[in-house]
Design a protein around this ligand. Structure first.
Ligand code: GLA
Length: 367
């Protein structure tokens, strides 16, 4: 692990309160950043070379300009190379650097460990190289690294959350205009908490299924003659116009989910935090029945949390495993967590892990 360091930067993972798979349909999302962060200790080297080590990995990866072509570096370090590539592509003079990484964000749990890594490295390189890349423009660049260099067709939500979130707030993002609003989300003040349950369900076909969902949505928008499903205003009419049941279900999820985000934001603006519960639960049902991205472990976690008194609960993130969030009375965290653990044992599932998620700030220099 290199000890030389010009500074330490960090970027968080996220949970999405509501608005799932709406980002690549140019709709609305409402994530908040977690206190769990990926740390990048970084120092400049005086040649165009990048060296990356990580406490979570055994290998040290080095790359130079010849690897700055999509797919040039594979595996976990590809996210770092992707950021260097995307900056370079946008005309920035990227300083050579040595990175030592450490992450608190669990990998493969749907908490955006990849966005945390990308955004920590991007923030470090912008500072180290004194690059003139305004903070609001950084998510788009990090997304391009993931889409084009790593080859994952994700939307703009995760990098936006990791970069832009504010402590005590959820980030209301219009994924078409990229206009943001920080919505106060003072859970503690309302005596509430968000319990995140990592179901530890193995991801099944995640990447392929994500791409298929995205493709179906784009096809449906083309059939309906709109630029994106965000533009569907007459759901009943759209459902009549679509030729197949799968497209109808996907479109119904996206259109109703966008409305649920808007309804959630309206309630939060009025300080009615507990009242968003039914919207969270309706979002879950829509992901389960219409978008078909849940698995038995997440459905069980949602049902157990609701039975234990949660105001609402839903899977969060891309799906096919990962985490569930439940809105609960703060003192009930232990009891709700235990109820989910018991339900998992009854079903023969691997024991889940739970933690209370406090809305936190985005990427920053630490020292
Ligand atoms: C993943 C993607 C995001 C978003 C969510 C689903 O986290 O990276 O862009 O599409 O899935 O809401």
């Amino acid at each position: 692990m290199p000890t030389i360091s010009d500074g330490l930067w960090a970027a968080p993972g996220r949970v999405n309160l509501i608005g799932e798979h709406t980002d690549y349909n140019e709709g609305y999302v409402l994530p908040f950043a977690l206190p769990l962060r990926t740390y990048a200790s970084a120092s400049i080297v005086d040649s165009p070379q990048w060296m990356v080590s990580s406490e979570q990995q055994d290998d040290v990866v080095s790359f130079g300009p010849e690897q700055l072509t999509p797919g040039g570096v594979q595996g976990w370090a590809g996210y770092v190379a992707g950021i260097v590539w995307a900056l370079h592509e946008s005309g920035y003079e990227v300083p050579g650097a040595r990175f030592a990484l450490r992450s608190e964000v669990p990998v493969g749990s749907g908490l955006s460990s990849s966005a945390a890594l990308e955004c920590a490295v991007l923030t470090a390189l912008c500072d180290l190289g004194d690059l003139d890349l305004p903070v609001p423009d950084r998510p788009k660049l990090a997304q391009r690294a993931e889409n084009r260099y790593v080859g994952v067709p994700s939307g703009i939500m995760d990098q936006s959350a990791s970069t832009l979130c504010r402590e005590g707030h959820a980030l209301f993002l219009d994924c078409r205009t990229l206009v943001t609003e920080h919505i106060p989300f003072d859970l503690a003040g309302a005596g509430l908490a968000i319990l995140v349950v990592d179901t530890r369900a193995p991801h099944r076909h995640t990447d392929g299924e994500y791409a298929v969902r995205r493709h179906t949505c784009e096809q449906a928008a083309a059939t309906l003659g709109v630029p994106a499903l965000r533009d569907v205003t007459d759901l009943a009419g759209a459902l009549k116009a679509l030729p197949d049941e799968v497209s109808r279900k996907r479109v119904r999820h996206i259109v109703t989910e966008n409305q649920r985000v808007l309804d959630t934001v309206a309630l939060l603006r009025d300080g009615k935090l507990a009242e968003i519960g039914p919207l969270l639960t309706a979002s879950h049902a829509s992901m389960r029945d219409d978008y078909e991205i849940t698995v038995p472990e997440v459905d069980t976690a949602v049902e157990a949390a609701l039975a234990a008194g949660a105001y609402g609960a839903r899977m969060t993130g891309g799906g096919f495993g990962g985490c569930v969030l439940a809105l609960i009375d703060a003192p009930a965290a232990g009891a709700v967590g235990d109820a989910v653990t018991r339900a998992f044992a009854d079903n023969g599932f691997t024991a889940p892990a739970s933690f209370v998620a406090v809305p936190s700030g985005g990427a920053t220099r630490v020292s």
